[in-house]
Ligand binder design. Structure first.
Ligand SMILES: O=c1[nH]c(=O)c2[nH]c(=O)[nH]c2[nH]1
Length: 288
């Protein structure tokens, strides 16, 4: 029997950084959560405990803070690329870096230095780099973008077997919390502009699709992004179907003409899918 070391990676997860930029009395803040994973010549540390090739995860965390000070955070895709390139370029034992960042949005309360958290939505970025000039990839995304259509959604024509109780409907509430990630063709995109546009296309795709199923809506949302934003070649989405059931008001002598719903929180349907351009380059490490 031969036992060998398989794939491995290591790093510092979830370094929470708030970077304040002061412009006189007027402050701006960036609130991010950065996770780094590195891989390279890590045989010795696993097989013999020799740490000579290891950049400590503590140093990785410090680098995140130091880069936030030195360069600011800016667009999270750029911050991720900067960090990933640094780890690979600076350390001969590190061949590959994966940097995952979540950004939490804050809105202003006052014009100067007071902020209120902006709902539940989170912006995401996932960067892979083999170092400057090497293979690189960027996936942007968002989590928990909660949306609801109060009409314009049907669901009928499905399989009915001995356990089916669901009634077909031609008018229902369609609600979900969108988690989406989209793969870029290159690493030179205007990330902020692209993010805002893709988010808007996802929202409009949800709102403007007359839905025969959440699956169909998911596909239309992804298709719209790919059609309108050529810098993106693949979109992955995960969308829980937040069921809204009509309440039976007959016991109280009342009709319910699609006005009163029970918003169930579980169980929920879970619809997941990928929409991609058939000319999309091979999926790089960024998806894994
Ligand atoms: O849009 C839907 N897709 C389904 O697959 C499904 N299944 C279900 O019970 N309700 C729904 N709604």
């Amino acid at each position: 029997m031969t036992i060998v070391l398989g794939d491995n990676r290591y790093g510092k997860a979830e370094t929470r950084v708030v970077r304040v930029t002061r412009d006189g009395d007027v402050h701006r803040i960036k609130d991010v959560n950065v996770s780094v994973l590195l891989s390279g010549d890590m045989e010795d540390v696993h097989l013999t405990g020799d740490n000579a090739a290891v950049l400590p995860t503590d140093t990785q965390k410090n680098t995140v803070f130091a880069f936030a000070k030195r360069y600011g955070v800016g667009e999270i895709e750029n911050f991720g690329l900067r960090l990933a390139r640094h780890f690979v370029d600076a350390q001969p034992t590190i061949a590959h870096a994966r940097v995952e960042i979540e950004e939490y949005a804050w809105n202003r309360i006052t014009e100067r230095h007071s902020f209120v958290r902006d709902g539940t939505e989170v912006r995401t970025a996932l960067v892979h780099s083999d170092g400057t000039g090497g293979r690189e990839s960027v996936v942007s995304g968002l989590k928990d973008l909660v949306v609801l259509n109060s009409t314009g959604s049907e669901f009928h024509g499905f399989i009915e077997d001995e356990f089916t109780t669901l009634r077909p409907t031609d008018d229902r509430i369609l609600a979900t919390a969108v988690t989406a990630s989209w793969r870029h063709r290159g690493v030179g995109t205007d990330w902020g502009d692209s993010y805002r546009a893709v988010r808007e296309h996802l929202l409009r795709g949800f709102a403007e699709t007359h839905s025969l199923s959440l699956q169909q809506t998911l596909y239309e949302m992804g298709r719209r992004v790919l059609r309108e934003r050529r810098e993106v070649c693949e979109v992955r989405m995960s969308m829980p179907n937040r069921h809204h059931f009509l309440v039976d008001l007959q016991p109280f002598g009342m009709n319910n003409d699609n006005e009163v719903y029970f918003a169930a929180d579980r169980p929920y349907g879970l619809i997941e899918g990928t929409v991609l351009d058939d000319d999309a380059p091979d999926a790089p490490a960024a998806w894994s």
